[in-house]
Design a protein around this ligand. Structure first.
Ligand code: FEO
Ligand code: CA
Ligand code: CA
Ligand code: CA
Length: 603
């Protein structure tokens, strides 16, 4: 056999076919390791995991449920010179109690408290494995220095212009500047200054309105715009701050971009009010020509918006403590924008056009009539509604490509495009072809079921520019479906792809896409797509995740030799329970365990 390169940017491989296997499937010649599973110990003293003896105290020391964002940051420790080590930073987005708990073992209150403790983030020291590109967690936790579990009791600092606002104050925090916990952390990004950003996404689901109680009328419109209905998950029974009637401001303390410095395990993580409050998928940072930080962000809801933030100050380079302190203030002052996209007509055969970034506020001035800076930041959706941005098909990960300077956004799907939401050139499909299972015929369905990848080119190739051009590089789906488009590439040669969610780039600038919610009957997975040259648009599937799972991450490290993927909610199909074994991946137990894997060339 011809030797295959371990560089995943250039490696030739036979694409993985659509399947429903209960396995992580990689192409022939590649392998993967499970690096860390739900329940594995994170901090020293963590008890061994036992699904039948879970406690909230144990969960706060163990790897949480439903791993999502994956960041890997190099570890340099002059004293111990551990160049073979890195820090893995992972979000724990949400819990699926039906899959976490065996029947009849726990009370409802225990289940709630354990589920709450399984949210948050983990920082885990990892070291190189024996095969090139492979990694494993450091198992002797006493020898780790940076391991950290951020959970429902972890104190966060609220900073930026809205910090301390009356509407952020609660009975436990009359200053409105300290929040316990972070919730529904979905995607994220690693900043050029070596911190991790994490998006608080569907936080609305955690707030209850007990029967007979009234919503605070001051916030009727805002609660409605954010989907805070009061039909929550029963957390108020365990912690009264999740009772909407008792603590009407608690929901305002979630829905932010969080910044965590994994090199400073004692530092409180921060919620940046300057980056606005919405259902933050994540944030990814690039620099302007003059060194200011630009965070690109999506609000993941049908018909919601793309945003960016441009910092007032420039990043300082170098490892000094002074530079690091300065850089940790970059996201506290600057300008928050929302995107409007205008098509140039479909006669040219392309979904494309021009766009502008509309300023909502900076740290001292609001540009939205009738709203203060704090109003804009606390209720960013309501502010944006006033300036006529483009209502997108669920903006998920938005990430700048470090090689070509363009920005790529996953627009995952919108079944209501064409009904609730009229189509436009950037969100064109009002029907699309789906499959009920692998091998079943394609059938039409209303709306955009398979998603798009939007490509944005900042004017003058500067992320600070207020205008851009755009095109739908991919109209996802089965290549046999007439509506699909793969940047003009030969559709007989590409892999079917459905519901792009997270994006990443290898160091040659190829786009990597992970999917969530495949509408073509297959398991979700990870795909490689060149964005330039003769192969532009050649979507090839590199990996599938187990039954019921979505693929999160992805992330390429080690000169493209390591592909990181978070396998989220394996077994989450058709109301399956712990006992159903709809999935038992990673097959170390008789129930599924969300886990982070790293894939690499098998030498
Ligand atoms: Fe948590 Fe938008 O995916
Ligand atoms: Ca056009
Ligand atoms: Ca996501
Ligand atoms: Ca990403």
């Amino acid at each position: 056999a011809r030797p295959v390169s371990g560089d995943l940017a250039t490696a030739a491989f036979t694409p993985v076919r659509p399947n429903r296997r209960d396995a992580v499937v990689t192409p022939s010649g590649f392998d993967h390791d499970v690096v860390i599973r739900w329940g594995d110990g994170v901090v020293a003293g963590a008890p061994a995991f036992d699904a039948r003896r879970q406690t909230p105290e144990a969960a706060k020391q163990q790897f949480g449920y439903n791993c999502d964002y994956v960041g890997v940051l190099p570890l340099r420790d002059a004293k111990r010179d551990r160049k073979d080590r890195s820090l893995l930073v992972v979000n724990h987005e949400y819990t699926d109690e039906a899959l976490m708990f065996p029947e009849g073992v726990y009370t409802d209150a225990e289940i709630t408290a354990i589920a709450m403790a399984n949210h948050g983030m983990s920082v885990v020291e990892i070291r190189r494995g024996s095969r090139a590109g492979s990694w494993r967690r450091v198992k002797s936790l006493k020898k780790t220095r940076y391991n950290r579990r951020v959970h429902i009791d972890t104190a966060f600092v609220l900073d930026g212009p809205a910090a301390g606002d009356e509407r952020l104050r609660t009975s436990a925090d009359p200053s409105g500047t300290t929040v316990l916990g972070t919730l529904n952390n979905c995607a994220g990004g690693t900043t050029p200054w070596g911190t991790v950003l994490s998006g608080e996404e569907n936080f609305n689901q955690y707030f209850d309105l007990p029967e007979g109680q009234q919503r605070d009328e001051r916030y009727t419109e805002a609660y409605a715009r954010y989907g805070i209905t009061g039909s929550g998950r029963g957390w108020s029974a365990v912690d009264p701050r999740f009772d909407l009637a008792a603590e009407p401001h608690e929901p305002h303390r979630f829905g932010w971009i969080v910044e965590l410095d994994p090199y400073d395990p004692d530092a409180a993580p921060v919620k940046h009010t300057m980056l606005g409050r919405f259902k933050h998928e994540g944030a990814n940072v690039a620099l302007t020509r003059d060194g200011r930080a630009v965070a690109y962000m999506g609000d993941d809801e049908r018909g919601d918006y793309l945003y960016k933030f441009v910092s007032r100050d420039s990043m300082r380079t170098g490892p000094s403590a002074k530079a690091r302190r300065h850089n940790r203030t970059l996201l506290t002052a600057g300008t928050l924008y929302v995107a409007r996209l205008v098509g140039d007509g479909t006669e040219d055969g392309e979904h494309d056009g021009t766009g502008e970034w509309i300023a909502l506020c900076d740290e001292t001035t609001s540009f939205v009539p009738g709203m203060s800076v704090a109003d804009v930041l606390l209720f960013t959706r309501l502010a944006a509604d006033q300036v006529a941005p483009t209502r997108m098909d669920r903006p998920e990960d938005v990430e700048p490509n470090p090689v070509n300077g363009k920005v790529y956004a996953a627009l995952t799907n919108n079944s209501q495009r064409g009904s609730t939401f009229p189509p436009d050139e950037a969100n064109p499909l009002t029907s699309s072809m789906v499959r009920s299972s692998v091998g079943a015929p394609l059938t039409p369905a209303s709306g955009n079921r398979n998603g798009y990848v939007l490509e944005m080119s900042p004017a003058g190739s500067d992320h600070g520019a207020s205008t851009f051009t755009w095109d739908l590089m991919l109209v996802c789906g089965d290549p046999e479906a007439p509506e699909t488009y793969f940047a003009g590439f030969d559709k007989t040669k590409v892999s079917p792809i459905s519901c792009p969610d997270n994006v990443a780039f290898d160091d040659r600038g190829n786009l990597w896409i992970s999917t969530d919610g495949n509408a073509l009957g297959s398991n979700d997975g990870v795909f490689r797509v060149p964005v330039a040259g003769a192969q532009r648009g050649n979507v090839t599937q590199f990996l599938t995740v187990p039954r019921g799972a979505e693929a999160c991450g992805p992330l390429l490290t080690d000169a493209n030799r390591s592909l990181w993927v978070a396998v989220q909610h394996p077994g989450e199909v058709d109301g399956a329970t712990f006992e159903d074994q709809a999935s038992t991946w990673p097959h170390t137990d008789d129930f599924p365990r969300p886990s982070v894997v790293v894939a690499f060339r098998d030498r």
